[in-house]
Design a binder for this molecule. Structure first.
Ligand code: ADP
Ligand code: MG
Length: 306
């Protein structure tokens, strides 16, 4: 197969591992910086160009689109879909997962357990909103934040009020969430491929930090999931329409709560915690999809639709 990896940097661990694994399995791989792609959006023959070269005849595309380039990155991915290239994750699903509020709404509609979450635009509604999510302490999040940046724990009502006012003053889109204290600064990352949790790890923030992100100094260890956690992760992935994703759960007193879903989950932490070849499993899944079914069935469901 000819596989395109949409990534800005070939030396990133996950990009490197996917490339290595695919090459080991006899595939041809090209790492493509989406920002250097340009496109011709014509009805009958859509094309993508990269450094003067026309990109065609790829069988599959693996989007590893950074949060800061979601808009252009998903447009390039959509173009690949229009050209009938199998996307590991569809552009629509990637776009959904990048908006925390949209993701929460999709999951809530299907009855998935979530922390109580509120959203408002008007500063006049702050008091009521704080009350709605159960009062302080509470967590305030930028809708498009990532790697723990833009997530704040407000321990008192006054702190919550002023942080919300500050974010609103900057015209930032935020959501306000019940603080799950009992998770103790940890969360569970479930790595889902093709409707199965293939590995899971517990991430624990450093002393005094409520955020467990590895980028914020958190550490990872292997964890055994309960059947309920496993099924919650699988359901969440399905609802989001993601073949491969990281589903992050908080262990609350009333069962697992989905906190967020990552459509480009990092491989380093999960591969070293689980000692599994996750990159190889992803490539294997692509082989199954591309080879296992006829041309018309193996492509994306939305085929580049918005
Ligand atoms: P990001 O996209 O920046 O990773 P998250 O929503 O995943 O944002 O939040 C970052 C971290 O903060 C989580 O990994 C978790 O440890 C902690 N956290 C987030 N929301 C809550 C919450 N409602 N209750 C307790 N801890 C939370
Ligand atoms: Mg997170």
């Amino acid at each position: 197969m000819k596989i395109a990896i949409l990534s800005r940097n070939e030396s990133l661990y996950s990009t490197r591992r996917l490339k290595e694994s695919a090459e080991e399995r006899g595939h041809q791989v090209k790492v493509i910086d989406v920002l250097k792609c340009y496109m011709n959006i014509t009805s009958l023959k859509p094309t993508i160009h990269f450094k003067g070269e026309k990109l065609d005849q790829f069988d599959a595309v693996i989007p590893r689109i950074g949060a800061s380039v979601t808009f252009y990155g998903t447009a390039v991915l959509r173009q690949f879909e229009m050209m009938n290239v199998f996307p590991l994750s569809e552009s629509v699903a990637v776009t959904r997962s990048r908006d925390k509020l949209r993701s929460m709404q999709l999951l809530a509609r299907k009855g998935v357990g979530l922390p109580v979450t509120g959203f408002a635009h008007n500063p006049d509604d702050i008091q009521d909103l704080i009350k709605e999510v159960g009062g302080a302490p509470l967590v305030i999040k930028l809708l498009e934040g990532t790697q723990g940046i833009g997530v704040v724990l407000a321990e008192t009502h006054k702190a919550a009020e002023s942080v919300i006012q500050a974010f609103m003053g900057l015209n930032a889109n935020i959501m306000i969430q019940e603080y799950i204290k009992e998770s103790g600064g940890s969360d569970i990352r479930c790595f889902v491929i093709d409707g199965k949790v293939v590995a899971a790890m517990k991430r624990q923030g450093p002393e005094g930090e409520f955020r467990s992100n590895l980028h914020r100094g958190g550490s990872a260890s292997l964890v055994r999931l309960t059947p309920q956690e496993r099924s919650t992760a699988v359901r969440a992935a399905k609802i989001m329409g993601l073949n491969v994703c990281g589903v992050d759960l908080l262990r609350s007193n009333h069962g697992p709560l989905v906190m967020e879903i990552n459509s480009s989950p990092g491989l380093r932490g999960i591969e070293s915690a689980s000692n599994k070849d996750i990159a190889g499993m992803i490539i294997e899944f692509i082989e199954k999809k591309v080879h296992g079914s006829s041309q018309s069935q193996n492509r994306s469901k939305t085929r580049g639709k918005g």
